[in-house]
Design a protein around this ligand. Structure first.
Ligand SMILES: Cc1ncc(COP(=O)(O)O)c(C=O)c1O
Length: 573
């Protein structure tokens, strides 16, 4: 049913698409003609002869290149986290392009910012936040949304740590630095009031304002101790944006303390607790703890609910407030599957997704399972306090601090396109972010993923899946009993290479590092009584997110064809 809102892998809905596209052009031109109509028409010269031929020729050249692009709109594309985009998302995106607002400032995006706030509200509702209190904005993707979280978590920690330094210096506290660094806004404001602390005095003790070199000297000379270098607790299943963040924000890559994974590749809550205790013991403040809801490699969902429970216990019982970010770049849209309907997700994944609303901040990527064109990520927090970040001034831009919308001074990026806002706005109205709209598409992808896994299991005696599949990503290898991991990796690598050379299907691969995925690799290799003699387990990775897999007969035929090709490449035809 929802397929009618997509163009179709062969342009099946071209009639509807042409009609809407025509409407878009009509309204765009009408709007332009109606703006300052009293000015009359200028004598703008129309393109002529040679100019027209040049444009036509270059358009042809352009399409010759563009048509070589990977056909990710096809349901034969089962590789990375990319698929076709919906018609409303495409139209919302394109309509915005024609007026080209810049979300950096209301001065050049009065309508764009309205669209952004309303679209962010829809996303907030989808993940269970109170849209009247939630704050957020669109980013160019999940990477930058993760940077936004890092930036805000650092802002908060820096305030609390600066207050702690001031209290220690003035002899108003004898608490441990770790506790002061996690004191919470309530305690921070009480201390401000009680001791009349001025924000400028805190700035003198701030590592963000003074920089690590000067602040290290201040700690050594004035407080007679080392600067307590913060750490971030990030699971081994992390996206590469986290090492990037540490590198960019200058907390050192060594300050990433990996939280171990369990045998399913999900974060281990025992390891999270151990890391927190180790940080406390070493007096290293925790800038943030990260959970992943839909990992890049396996699509697994960390027990966000259990992580929230643990962090709530620290907050309530010990006044230790640790920023919790959930990277739901891939998985966040699965929340739509259980809003107003029943989800095909396993219950533990539903419980984890429901806990997104309890985190301090969340990353979403509409340009993945939102079927929205690039570049569209989103960063969300539950209230204005969590949204606070250093404000940077620019003399040529108007900033109304009383108006509560994102602006250049509070977003990581400067100029920001409103195309993502337009796409999410329109698509969430036509394909609601609940079980009747987006949720139905994602439930379908979950059902097809299950069918694919079942067919694979029935077709190969020697297939080994990664355990605990939570969403619509399937990962597996083919191994001979007793074979070593190195041999198995070599043979699955050769099969993957054959798929790369074949035009019929696109799949992807991932190398699950033994260091991060120790328990999972042991379990999988143990199933064929193999030896772990390599530093990774190489698997075929298939992301099943095409919206065009609704027809069971056609889908079964496609999956059978894929299995036939896999048999051929594996020498089992
Ligand atoms: C879990 C996760 N986080 C963050 C990102 C980064 O998103 P983007 O590529 O949109 O920057 C990805 C991308 O695959 C991801 O899977």
């Amino acid at each position: 049913m929802h397929e009618s809102l997509f163009l179709g892998p062969h342009g099946e809905n071209a009639g509807f698409f042409r009609q809407i596209w025509g409407e878009l052009l009509h309204r765009t031109l009408e709007h332009r003609a109606g703006t300052f109509p009293g000015d009359g028409s200028l004598a703008i010269s129309a393109p002529v002869g040679e100019q027209i031929r040049l444009v036509e020729r270059e358009i042809e050249n352009f399409f010759t290149i563009l048509q070589q692009e990977v056909p990710t709109f096809s349901n034969r594309y089962l590789g990375h986290m990319i698929s076709d985009v919906s018609i409303p998302a495409l139209i919302g995106n394109a309509a915005v392009l024609f007026c080209n607002p810049n979300l950096a400032s209301k001065e050049v995006a009065s309508a764009g910012l309205q669209l952004e706030m309303q679209a962010i509200n829809e996303l907030a509702k989808m993940i269970g936040l109170d849209p009247t209190a939630a704050r957020g904005h669109f980013t160019s993707g999940g990477t930058v949304a993760n940077f936004e979280a890092f930036w805000r978590a650092r802002f908060r920690l820096d305030h609390w740590l600066s207050m702690g330094a001031w209290l220690l210096e003035k002899g108003h506290s004898d608490k441990a630095v770790f506790e002061l660094a996690h004191q919470g806004w309530g305690s921070f404001y009480r201390n401000c009031e009680r001791f009349g602390v001025d924000i400028a005095e805190l700035a003198e003790r701030s590592y963000v304002v003074q920089g690590p070199w000067d602040i290290a000297s201040y700690y050594r000379d004035t407080l007679q101790r080392d600067f307590p270098q913060p750490v971030i607790l990030v699971p081994g299943n992390k996206h590469y944006s986290w090492p990037k963040s540490a590198n960019i924000f200058g907390i050192s890559e060594k300050a990433i303390w990996p939280t171990e994974l369990d045998r399913y590749g999900r974060v281990s809550i025992t390891s999270l607790r151990r890391n927190i205790e180790q940080a406390r013991q070493q007096q290293r403040p925790i800038m943030m703890s990260v959970s992943v809801a839909g990992t890049t490699e396996l699509g697994t969902v960390d027990a966000v609910d259990a992580a929230c429970d643990l962090l709530d216990d620290y907050r309530r019982q010990e006044n230790i407030d640790i920023w919790h970010h959930v990277d739901a770049a891939y998985g966040g849209y699965f929340c739509a599957t259980f809003r107003g309907g029943s989800s095909l997700l396993p219950q533990r994944a539903i419980d984890a997704f429901r806990a997104l609303a309890r985190a301090d901040s969340v990353t979403l990527d509409p340009h993945k399972l939102g079927f929205v064109p690039y570049a569209c990520g989103a960063f969300l927090v539950r209230d204005a306090q969590s949204y606070a970040v250093s404000r940077i001034s620019a003399p040529y831009l108007v900033e109304d601090r009383k108006v509560d919308h994102p602006s250049w001074s509070t977003t990581f990026e400067g100029s920001r396109s409103a195309t993502g806002a337009g796409a999410v706005w329109l698509s969430s109205r036509v394909l609601p972010l609940d079980a009747s709209g987006h949720g139905a598409i994602l439930n379908q992808t979950l059902a097809v993923t299950q069918r694919l896994a079942d067919k694979l299991r029935r077709s190969f005696d020697n297939i080994y899946f990664t355990p605990g599949r939570d969403t619509n990503i399937v990962c597996f290898t083919l191994a001979q009993p007793g074979s070593s991991l190195r041999e198995t990796n070599a043979s699955i690598g050769a099969i993957i290479d054959k798929f790369t050379d074949s035009p019929h299907f696109a799949i992807s691969r991932t190398a699950l590092g033994v260091k991060s995925y120790a328990a999972l690799v042991d379990e999988v290799v143990g199933q064929w009584q193999g030896v772990v003699d390599d530093d990774h387990l190489l698997v075929i990775r298939m992301v099943v997110m095409s919206p065009y897999l609704g027809d069971p007969v056609a889908t079964d035929a496609l999956l059978d064809e894929f299995i036939g090709e896999l048999r051929l490449f594996a020498g089992q035809a």
